[in-house]
Design a protein around this ligand. Structure first.
Ligand code: R5P
Length: 293
């Protein structure tokens, strides 16, 4: 299997390629003077090929599509899009009449070029149903839990009921208790965490979410827990987008640590998602190798 590294994930691609016993395929991505993106795969390909590229920005999404096209044209027989962080996943419904269904639009665009897609901890697994081809979700929660265990966390909290399943998996792996908070989103930058009866006093707590964007969710949850007497609050998520001001917001709230997986590179991306991606590839490859009807 060959690994084509997208510009958004050089480190993760390298770790994955090494784990698969290969070296990343050499590529060239750059911009034309007018800002358009140029992508080229520099080695001939054959057989199973994965393109690894998160899509936190519109340019990243376009780079993914271009690299998929380039990989296919250069010999890839079975082509898997590994999208460690799948952007536009949160607009998964038409919340108001007339809105674009963004997660669906992105899914259909990727499906035009790839035989299958692997996504790490998508915001909701239901978005994968939008792929006409094979689509598999994998999770970096075991690796995040292993990292949190070093901080002797004894209570894992999800910021809302929707994130509870991930928190339960982490708590089980760590032998910790689990609960969830009640979150209400006011706008893109503001959330409220409802006070909830729970015994956080004296405990070392981890809040586990799928992503940190503005940091509002983690910051409010941390403040609530510290007010309730928690000894320390560690924040962990699969995807660290860290919109402007997020890190300062978290520090001001008093978090003890912040850790995310390397689906989106950054200073807090200390947990590798490579093992999760390998598990996902294991689940999907047989489907793309099956003869097409
Ligand atoms: C929302 O449903 C997600 O699971 C995250 O809780 C949210 O996207 C985090 O965003 P922020 O860091 O802006 O609060």
């Amino acid at each position: 299997m060959r690994v084509v590294p997208g510009p958004a994930n050089p480190a993760l691609s390298k770790t994955l390629a090494t784990a698969l016993g290969t070296a990343p395929v050499r590529t060239e991505t750059r911009r034309f003077p007018d800002g358009e993106i140029y992508a080229r795969v520099l080695e001939p390909l054959a057989g199973d090929v994965v393109v690894v590229q998160s899509t936190p920005s519109n340019d990243d999404l376009l780079a993914l599509l271009l690299l998929l096209d380039a990989a296919r044209a250069h010999g890839a027989e079975h082509l898997v899009a590994v999208v460690p962080y799948y952007g536009y996943a949160r607009q998964d419904r038409r919340f108001q009449p007339g809105e674009a269904l963004s997660s669906d639009v992105v899914a259909r665009a990727i499906d035009l070029y790839a035989d299958a897609i692997v996504v790490v901890d998508p915001h909701k697994e239901a978005i994968l149903d939008r792929f006409p081809g094979s689509a598999v979700a994998c999770t970096a929660v075991p690796e995040l839990a292993a990292s949190l265990a070093a901080d002797e966390v004894d209570l894992v909290l999800a910021p809302d009921a929707g994130a509870r399943e991930r928190a339960e998996a982490a708590a089980k792996a760590m032998g910790a208790d689990v609960d969830h908070l009640e979150k209400k989103r006011i706008d893109a930058h503001t959330v409220e965490i409802a006070p909830k009866k729970m015994d956080a006093k004296g405990r070392t707590v981890a809040i586990l979410d799928d992503m940190i964007s503005t940091g509002g969710t983690m910051a409010r949850a941390t403040e609530t827990l510290l007010k309730a007497g928690a000894k320390a609050v560690h924040c962990a998520a699969t995807h660290g987008l860290f919109a402007a001001g997020a890190e300062a917001r978290l520090a001001a709230a008093g978090v003890a640590s912040v850790r995310v997986a390397d689906t989106v590179p950054g200073p807090n991306a200390t947990v590798s998602a490579a093992a999760a991606v390998q598990r996902g590839l294991g689940d999907v490859l047989h489907t793309v190798r099956a003869p097409q009807k």
